[in-house]
Design a protein around this ligand. Structure first.
Ligand code: BDP
Length: 724
């Protein structure tokens, strides 16, 4: 009896104790867990004995507030601010111009290079005392510096001899939300839109603020609120007032708001008969609209436009071209320093040219013709956010145009928010690719950061994976993709491994027994998904419309290039899309060195083999296996990798809360089931062409091809109504 009671008591105490520990992911990487290590705690506490923090703007206030929240949580004690001039500071946070010049000199930083958003964080000895200085040219640099300092503390870094000079390599670091006004999110897998249009502008959800904090902490400084498949209502006075309320929340965090502009808005909400960009009334309408927006939102960022793409209206509807359309909007925005971000994601069912070639063909002839305040936003690859694509041939091919990168953070083709896939691996692969446009070393990163062609403005956008789920992104590890995107937009040269390391420490734990294996798991996760979905350069073999699961057999959609059979071209002889010089010659859109490598199946990296070549089933791969066996084993490898991920996660159990463990464990189980589904369905289908048996080591499906073909998902998330 006594024992039972004790057990119940222990259980209750444990439950009560354990419950508040679980944070369910809302805090993202800003949980600011209490520091356990006593030496480090002392070092950090000493730092807070006498803090000078320059007061002033809303941005500085936001920075100070974050410093207090973060440090007090991590240290468990209050901070001591000294308001009066004093030389005995332990931490001094101020703009360079207001600091004692003798001290500024000791920072030995080139403040010109630091620019408007950068900062210097350095420990110095001044008048015999050791202190840490955080200095910047502008308030926003201080905010970024505070977040960095807190992040270093979360990683439990020794700050005693720190010297850090940081500034963003890319000007525009942007999230694109594909959020509709009814709060559904196109390709969104984390619930509904954050933007509660119905309650705005009066009701300001705490989430807007926490969203702004999270973005600022990784340097994101621009957000486009609405779907690229735009609704003109967002430009009506009622909605603009709501947008203005959001802009007010984001402003202290250095974030500018952008909207998607539907090209036909002058007709839909302006009562005009045309939206022809060369029509005087249309031009006047946009000028007036832009003036109206800036009267409400003085730092409005500009417009993001999807025109003449997938049925969206655009200048071509009036016999005009992309330059006419983009420059017309640019002219309206220019007096306010606003930008036009014009998307290059175009392809047409009426164009028989290989879809992979169409954007290049349509845009490259316009090189040099876009206004200075236009950026051309180009997806990382020429098809559509596949698990792996070679870099888009437009990168490097438009030296006189400001090309902006568009990555997808939401996992439309990567298992939605159920699969653990660490996307910085994908982003890095693209950014590190060499375009050879100006000789060896002309990487995509250098095109995008503007250094290769000396662009005035550079930019990187990520299609958001954020929704109103409690943990923001659906899968807790999808937070790492938001985090990683921001870090790479700030500095496209940092490694995926560094990002994983930082994120794990800030989010879960600093224990190396946890961090090291889990980091490895994150780093293999991207290759795993490529293996079980689209190995060896296969692409776009997803089921129709929703893109959930495999559908390599789909062949009867109205637009040829919406059919997976268009992409894999499997037949009795072999598989793959011949894009070499003997085929569609998409390789010809790359610089000679790159084209040469891609053209020959022997030199083409095997991860792009079937992207560029149609090869016989018994073609010999580099490892000596024939293509069929090699492909089948890749599918199996993907499944095995997910099994390894599950094992790793099981071992991580002691270092995290039960809830944290369980959540990912359940998701990994779904991922395994779906990886097996991909392997079985694809191999059964391709086997009808190869007519070969599965090689040893590949598990045989217990279900038939017909079974997989019969699966239908009319309510798969993220689908937009106009797709069938
Ligand atoms: C595709 C999506 C579609 C988007 C389109 C785009 O399937 O929902 O509207 O891209 O980027 O990936 O415009």
């Amino acid at each position: 009896m006594f024992h039972i009671k004790t057990t119940i008591l222990v259980f209750l105490v444990f439950t009560v104790y354990a419950y508040p520990q679980a944070h369910y992911g809302y805090d993202l990487w800003l949980g600011y867990e209490k520091i356990g290590n006593p030496n480090l705690l002392k070092e950090y506490k000493d730092l807070t004995k006498a803090i000078y923090f320059e007061d002033g703007s809303d941005v500085l206030n936001a920075a100070k507030k974050e410093l207090i929240t973060g440090m007090e949580k991590m240290l468990g004690s209050t901070l001591n601010f000294k308001e009066t001039p004093n030389t005995n500071y332990t931490l001094l946070i101020a703009k360079a111009a207001t600091i004692d010049p003798a001290l500024t000199k000791k920072l030995s930083a080139n403040f010109y290079e630091v620019g408007s958003e950068g900062f210097v964080l350095k420990s110095v000895i001044h008048r015999g005392k050791k202190l840490i200085v955080l200095a910047a040219n502008e308030d926003i640099g201080i905010l970024y510096g505070v977040f960095r300092l807190l992040n270093l503390m979360q990683q439990q870094k020794d700050l005693r001899n720190i010297t850090l000079i940081e500034y963003p390599k890319i000007n525009l670091r942007m999230l694109n939300h594909w959020d509709n006004l009814d709060r559904t999110v196109e390709r969104g897998y984390a619930g509904y839109s954050l933007w509660n249009w119905h309650k705005l502008p009066e009701y300001i959800d705490q989430r807007y603020l926490d969203y702004a904090r999270a973005n600022a902490s990784i340097g994101i400084n621009a957000v486009s609120l609405t779907n690229v498949n735009a609704n003109s209502h967002i430009l009506t006075p009622m909605y603009l007032e709501k947008v203005s309320a959001l802009a007010n929340v984001f402003r202290p965090y250095g974030i500018k708001v952008y909207l998607t502009a539907r090209f036909s808005a002058p007709m839909e909400i302006g009562g005009l008969k045309t939206a022809d960009p060369l029509d005087a009334d249309v031009r006047q309408w946009w000028n007036d609209k832009v003036n109206e927006i800036y009267a409400l939102i003085p730092d409005f960022g500009g417009f993001l436009v999807k025109a003449n793409s997938e049925g969206q209206p655009g200048p071509q509807n009036y016999g005009r071209n992309h330059v006419d359309g983009a420059n017309m909007l640019a002219q309206a925005l220019q007096p306010h320093n606003g930008l036009v971000i014009w998307r290059a994601f175009v392809y047409s069912e009426h164009d028989p040219e290989d879809r992979a070639k169409q954007a290049y063909s349509e845009f490259v002839p316009f090189d040099g013709q876009f206004s200075d305040n236009v950026l051309i936003q180009t997806k990382n690859g020429a098809i559509d956010f596949q698990p792996r694509e070679p870099f888009h041939p437009m990168f490097g091919a438009m030296p006189n145009t400001q090309l902006m990168m568009e990555f997808q953070i939401t996992q439309e083709y990567l298992g939605f928010s159920t699969h653990l896939v660490f996307l910085p691996q994908l982003y890095k692969e693209v950014l590190d690719s060499d375009t050879y446009s100006k000789g060896k070393g002309s990487t995509v990163a250098k095109v995008v950061d503007g250094s290769l062609d000396r662009n005035k403005i550079s930019g990187m956008a990520g299609v958001s994976n954020i929704g109103n789920d409690l943990n923001w992104t659906g899968h807790p590890f999808a937070q790492a993709n938001w985090y990683g995107f921001g870090r790479l937009a700030w500095d496209p040269y940092i490694s995926a491994e560094t990002i994983a390391d930082e994120w794990l420490k800030a989010t879960y734990s600093n224990d190396p027994n946890f961090v090291d294996p889990v980091k490895k798991m994150m780093l293999i996760s991207r290759e795993a998904v490529v293996n079980y979905m689209n190995p060896l350069g296969l692409h776009h073999i997803f089921d129709t419309g929703h893109h959930y699961g495999p559908g390599p057999w789909v062949h009867d959609l109205s637009r040829p290039e919406w059919n997976p059979t268009y992409y894999h071209k499997a037949d009795a002889k072999g598989i793959g899309f011949n894009r070499s010089h003997s085929g569609s010659n998409a390789t010809g859109q790359y610089a000679t060195e790159v084209a040469k490598t891609f053209n020959d199946p022997k030199t083409c990296p095997e991860e792009y083999l079937l992207w560029f070549h149609h090869l016989p089933w018994d073609y010999t791969l580099k490892n000596g296996l024939n293509l069929w066996d090699g492909m089948a084993l890749k599918y199996q490898e993907g499944v095995d990798q997910v099994e390894e991920m599950i094992e790793t996660w099981n071992k991580a159990r002691p270092y995290i809360t039960h809830e944290e463990y369980q959540e990912v464990q359940m998701l990994l189980k779904i991922q395994l089931k779906e990886a097996q589904w991909w392997r079985n369905a694809c191999l059964l289908y391709f086997q009808t062409y190869s007519q070969k048996a599965l090689p040893a080591g590949v598990e045989k499906s217990t279900k038939s091809l017909e079974y997989y073909q019969s699966l239908k998902f009319p309510f798969a998330p993220g689908i937009r109504p106009q797709w069938d």
